[in-house]
Write a protein that binds this ligand. Structure first.
Ligand code: G3I
Length: 333
C-alpha cells in the first residue's frame, strides 16, 4: 500500500495537485490538519473543516486515510501551556480523543497515536522526551502516563483503527540512531508488558541522499533488526513520512535526482524485505509543496528535490524506483 501526506490547503486550491493525488495515492494523511493545534482553536472548541475535507476526499477516491497525530510536542495550540495542568491533563487528552477519534471512527486506517515521544538527549529515564505532555502527564512508570492514556482511549473510541507509535531518527547506523531505536523498542516492549493496545511502529524515514560529511548514509542492519524485532512483537511496520533530502548533493539536477533515486531504491529495498512492512507513505508527493523547502536548506539557494514528483509535478527518477521497489517486494498479507 502506497501513498503520501497531503497539503490540504493545496488540495483545495491547486487542481493539478488534486489530480496527481487522485492518480497516485492509495493512502493519504494530512500534513497538519489532524494535529492537536489545528483542531483546537480554544480549549472548548474544535475546528474540523480542513480535516473533514481530506477525509471526504479520501472517501470519494476510495483511498485509505491515516490519522496523524493525537499526541505530539509540536503544533500544540497557544493555549496549551497556560490551560493544561497536571490536574486536568488526562481529562483534556481523553476528551480530545473522544471527539476527534469519535468523529472519524471507522474511517481511519491507522492513527499515529503518539508521535516522537523519545528524545534520548533530554536525559529522562527510558529516553523519553521532556515534552509538554510529559511535564503534565508523564508519571514515573516505565510507560509515560500520557502514552498509556492515549493508546487505551484511542482503542476504546475507534476499535478498528490500527494504533501506531511513530518516530524519526531511528533508521540509521550511527550511534544516535541506534540509541534512539533501542529506547523506542524498549517503550514498545513495556507497552506490551502493561497490556497497552499497540498495533504498529511508524518509521518516519526522513533520510538524506548524502550526509553533511559528503558520504552516502547507511541504512541497513540496525533498520532491519528493528523491523524484525517489531514483527516478532506482533506489530506491523509503516514507512510513514519518507523523503530523501538532497541538501548536500552538488548542484547539477541530474546528479541530485540520481542520488535521491538511488537512496529511495536502497532504502525501500531494505525495508520491504520484511513482510511486517505494510505501507509506504512519502511526506508529500511533489517538490512544489515539500516541507523541506519551507526553509532555505541548500546553501546554493536552489530548492530541494526530495519527492517522487518535481515542482512541475512531473515524475523524477525516484518515482520509477519507488514503483519498482513496491512491485518486486515479496507479497505480504
Ligand atoms: O496554516 C497556517 C497558516 O494559516 C499560517 O499563515 C502560516 C504562517 O506560518 O502557518 C500555517 O501553518 C503551518 C503548517 O505547517 C501548515 O502549512 C505552520 O506554521 C507550520 O509550522 C507547519 O509545519 C508542519 C510541521 O510538521 C509542524 O511542525 C509541516 O507542514 C509538516 O510537514 C511537518 O510534519 C512533521 C510531521 O508532523 C512529524 N514528523 C516530521 C514532519 C516534518 O517536520
Amino acid at each position: 500500500m502506497a501513498g503520501c501526506a497531503v497539503n490540504v490547503k493545496a488540495l483545495r486550491t491547486d487542481p493539478a495537485y488534486k489530480k496527481l493525488l487522485e492518480e497516485q495515492a492509495g493512502i493519504v494523511v494530512a500534513e497538519s490538519e489532524f494535529k492537536f493545534g489545528p483542531l483546537r482553536p480554544t480549549p472548548t472548541t474544535f475546528f474540523f473543516e480542513d480535516a473533514d475535507f481530506l477525509a471526504a476526499f479520501a472517501h470519494e477516491n476510495r483511498m485509505k486515510l491515516r490519522g496523524h497525530n493525537i499526541v505530539w510536542h509540536r503544533q500544540l495550540p497557544v493555549w496549551f501551556e497556560s490551560y493544561v495542568t497536571p490536574a486536568n491533563a488526562k481529562q483534556v487528552l481523553v476528551e480530545h480523543i473522544e471527539r476527534v477519534g469519535g468523529r472519524y471512527k471507522g474511517q481511519i486506517h491507522s492513527w499515529d497515536v503518539v508521535n516522537e515521544a523519545v528524545q534520548v538527549s533530554d536525559g529522562l529515564p527510558g529516553g523519553f522526551r521532556n515534552s509538554p505532555w510529559q511535564k503534565v502527564l508523564g508519571g514515573t512508570g516505565l510507560v509515560p502516563t500520557y502514552i498509556e492514556v492515549a493508546f487505551r482511549t484511542a482503542r476504546r473510541v475507534d476499535p478498528k483503527a490500527m494504533l501506531v507509535y511513530n518516530d524519526y531518527g531511528i533508521e540509521g547506523e550511527e550511534e544516535a540512531s541506534a540509541k534512539k531505536r533501542a529506547a523506542v523498542l524498549g517503550l514498545l516492549r513495556e507497552m506490551q508488558n502493561h497490556g497497552i493496545p499497540l498495533d504498529g511502529l511508524g518509521v518516519q524515514s526522513h533520510i538524506s541522499a548524502v550526509g553533511k560529511d559528503g558520504k552516502v548514509p547507511m541504512y541497513g542492519e540496525g533498520l532491519r533488526a528493528m523491523i524484525a524485532e517489531a514483527r516478532k512483537m506482533g506489530l506491523k511496520v509503516l514507512v510513514t513520512e519518507m523523503d530523501v533530502n538532497d541538501r548536500y548533493v552538488p548542484a547539477e539536477i541530474g546528479a541530485r535526482d540520481s542520488a535521491v533515486a538511488a537512496m529511495y531504491g536502497s532504502y525501500l529495498g531494505t525495508v520491504l524485505e520484511d513482510p511486517a512492512v505494510i505501507a509506504v507513505l512519502t511526506w508529500g508527493i511533489t517538490d512544489k509543496y515539500t516541507w523541506l523547502n519551507g526553509e532555505d536548506s541548500r546553501t546554493d539557494g536552489q530548492k530541494e528535490r526530495p519527492l517522487p514528483f518535481d515542482a512541475a509535478m512531473q515524475p523524477v527518477a525516484a518515482f520509477a524506483v519507488e514503483v519498482k521497489a513496491l512491485e518486486v517486494a515479496p507479497l505480504r498479507g
